[in-house]
Ligand binder design. Structure first.
Ligand SMILES: [Zn+2]
Length: 99
């Protein structure tokens, strides 16, 4: 299987780490009802057909990518960045700063 990273182009799937359903990127608010957290943490659909999954370009640019694919035909329909590298750079700068 080949995955097109929006930053690096088409790459072998072995360069990527599969994380799971793209619903992980839609985290509930901290004060959301327990049912919303239960749904977020434990309940997943298992459709035959189109899914949205999170992949991490571990052996490439280290970007998180949402991959829309068909689980029946294995066709990849779309890929997009979940968070840009600019956001990661900003977060990394903030971590090492002394107050
Ligand atoms: Zn990449």
């Amino acid at each position: 299987m080949r995955i097109t990273c929006p930053l690096c182009g088409e790459r072998d799937r072995r360069e990527f780490y599969y994380y799971g359903d793209a619903v992980y990127a839609d985290r509930p608010a901290a004060d959301a009802a327990p049912e919303a957290w239960d749904d977020y943490l434990h309940l997943r659909d298992n459709p035959a057909g189109e899914t949205r999954d999170l992949w991490y370009h571990e052996m490439g640019c280290a970007a998180w990518i949402e991959v829309t694919r068909n689980t029946v035909t294995h066709e990849i329909l779309a890929t997009r960045l979940v968070a840009g590298r600019e956001g990661k750079k900003a977060a990394a700068k903030g971590r090492g700063k002394k107050a």
